[in-house]
Design a protein around this ligand. Structure first.
Ligand SMILES: *Cc1c(COP(=O)(O)O)cnc(C)c1O
Length: 250
């Protein structure tokens, strides 16, 4: 089988696992959205994934998404693709980011929120964002601390061009997916607290290839799945981009 065939066959298998995990948790499978993490994979893979029914694609770097959005314009998939930023965002990339991303999962400070608001306003776009939360020192360096959440929620609430849809977390990696569960559960509690305060923060972006079923059991509304769909990133489609991203993810 060709690489495209293998990848395309992965999609129904993952959708079935998502659906089973949701059902197990007493949830409707269509409350869980799949964000296919296409970082380090070429636009041809994204085009194949669109043909397999996927619409949402996650990238770690702004520049990569900009390049891919340009490259995919020539392919039939282009109008169907929604881009998600899942990696750390520096303030000086906010202008480029608001142009390409449907959803930015990595808001982590009031300063970044203000800059995103300014840049989104400049192009007349309401930018959807998620607040990335950091719960322990073991985690990646990006993310807002739990104690910073109230301040960020109330600051974003005053901004006209940002809409905060929910929360995102990246637990420290463990082979045992159950080790991620306390992080997922905590994020859901933080989300519920915000809802109770009156914020419309329903989304929970949590769960990757090795732990998405646990995340769904704990309430994930978006799972970010890369290698289980596209295969190992060791394949190094773009060797220039190989290595560790700003968030410390390989
Ligand atoms: C790379 C990455 C993913 C996907 O990881 P897989 O283990 O390949 O599914 C999800 N979320 C973030 C933030 C990532 O950097």
């Amino acid at each position: 089988m060709t690489y495209a065939n293998v990848m395309v066959n992965n999609v129904p298998a993952i959708l079935k696992r998502i659906s089973r995990a949701a059902t197990r948790a007493g949830r409707s499978p269509n409350t869980v959205n799949l964000v296919a993490v296409s970082k380090f994979f070429p636009v041809e893979s994204i085009n194949d994934a669109v043909n397999a029914g996927l619409r949402n694609f996650g990238e770690s770097y702004v520049q990569d998404a900009v390049k891919k959005a340009e490259a995919i314009a020539a392919l039939p998939a282009a109008p169907h693709v929604l881009w998600h930023l899942i990696g750390h965002l520096q303030r000086n990339k906010a202008r480029a980011a608001v142009k390409v991303f449907d959803l930015i999962h990595s808001l982590d400070s009031v300063e970044l929120a203000c800059e995103l608001d300014r840049q989104a306003g400049a192009i007349g776009k309401v930018q959807r964002v998620l607040l990335q939360v950091k719960m322990s020192e073991e985690q990646t360096k990006s993310g807002a601390g739990i104690s910073d959440i109230p301040e960020i929620l109330s600051a974003v609430h005053t901004l006209n061009w940002l809409k905060l849809d929910g929360f995102m977390v990246i637990p420290p990696y463990h082979d045992d997916p159950d080790k991620s569960r306390p992080y997922f559960r905590r994020l859901r509690e933080l989300r519920d607290d915000a809802l109770e305060m009156g914020y419309e923060t329903t989304e929970l972006s949590m769960g990757m290839s090795h732990d998405f079923e646990v995340a769904i059991e704990e309430g994930a509304t978006m799972v970010r799945i890369g290698s289980a769909i596209f295969g190992s990133r060791d394949r190094n489609f773009d060797s220039e981009q190989a290595g560790t991203d700003e968030a410390g993810n390989v």
